[in-house]
Design a protein. Structure first.
Length: 290
């Protein structure tokens, strides 16, 4: 190849790589799941829950217009945000609260903390969320009306606000215990848990939650064919719970790959994700990524 052709080809390759990396970090995909349970009450057709997680103060368009447009099209009945709404290194409460404000205009929003929220700035963030009408679930449980009955939503703090351990089983069980201390624990009622940490799945199973929403793993940051995610906090290399649907016994956990980045600034083969879970009377479960 001549020098002249190389001079043309190299800039083209560089631009293509830049465009690809931008796409991987910013093109939001939608993943859909359908779940059913005989514990769900009668009197409804489909209950649509949108999960957002790990925004890390990232902006998707002016006034979070890109995410807002995508979520609006999903027609959610409920929106859950499972932690790391802000980033401790690039803290920007305004960007994060803008997204939550937009979401509260679409559906009730339930939020739990991740490992990036804790610190001296968190009380102001929590106050801002509550002023927007967001349900800030800090080791608490609420009943949500659905059809002819109710389902229970429980939200717990990230277990490592003390910054001394990662994946503290004893601490997460303390949080779950506090959340359920005064709750009606009828086994006939469908129960949903919001918890940032997927690596604690065995504890969610042991506590008999029907459905858990989690994040934190960022999809493994880089996804490899046949292997999945490469690395995740709290799980290390080739994490078991990097993203997707996991079932053990009667418990299902949905792990979203999340929206933003933190320490590692680039995603590869692992686009940002919004999750839609449809609770219906139909049997079976499936997922589709767009």
């Amino acid at each position: 190849m001549t020098k002249k052709r190389w001079l043309i080809l190299i800039p083209v390759i560089i631009l293509a790589v830049i465009a690809f990396l931008y796409y991987e970090n910013n093109a939001i995909g939608i993943t859909r799941y359908q779940l059913s349970s005989d514990k769900l009450p009668d009197g409804f057709d489909t209950y649509r829950i949108v999960q957002l997680t790990d925004l890390h103060s990232k902006s998707f368009g002016k006034e979070q217009s890109v995410i807002t447009r995508k979520v609006k099209k999903l027609k959610p009945d409920l929106i859950v945000m499972t932690g790391d709404l802000v980033d401790s290194r690039r803290y920007n409460a305004e960007i994060s609260l803008t997204l939550m404000r937009k979401m509260t205009e679409l559906a009730p929003v339930y939020y739990v903390t991740g490992n990036h929220e804790w610190g001296s700035r968190f009380p102001a963030l929590a106050k801002g969320l509550k002023e927007l009408g967001v349900h800030v679930m800090r080791n608490t449980s609420e009943l949500v009306k659905l059809g002819d009955g109710e389902i229970r939503i429980t939200g717990v703090d990230d277990p490592t606000f003390n910054h001394e351990a990662d994946g503290d089983v004893e601490r997460i069980n303390e949080h779950i215990g506090a959340a359920l201390e005064e709750a009606d624990l009828s086994k006939e009622r469908y129960s949903i848990l919001l918890s940032h940490r997927p690596e604690l799945f065995s504890e969610y199973v042991r506590n008999q939650f029907d459905l858990t929403f989690s994040g934190h793993a960022h999809g493994g940051q880089v996804r490899l064919p046949f292997l999945g995610g490469l690395v995740a906090p709290g799980q290390g290399f080739l994490p078991r719970y990097d993203g997707g649907k996991y079932t053990e016994g009667e418990t299902t956990m949905i792990v979203s790959r999340g929206l933003g980045n933190s320490i590692i600034p680039q995603r590869l083969f692992n686009r940002p994700e919004v999750v839609l879970v449809e609770l219906t009377a139909a049997r079976g479960a499936a997922s589709i990524t767009q």
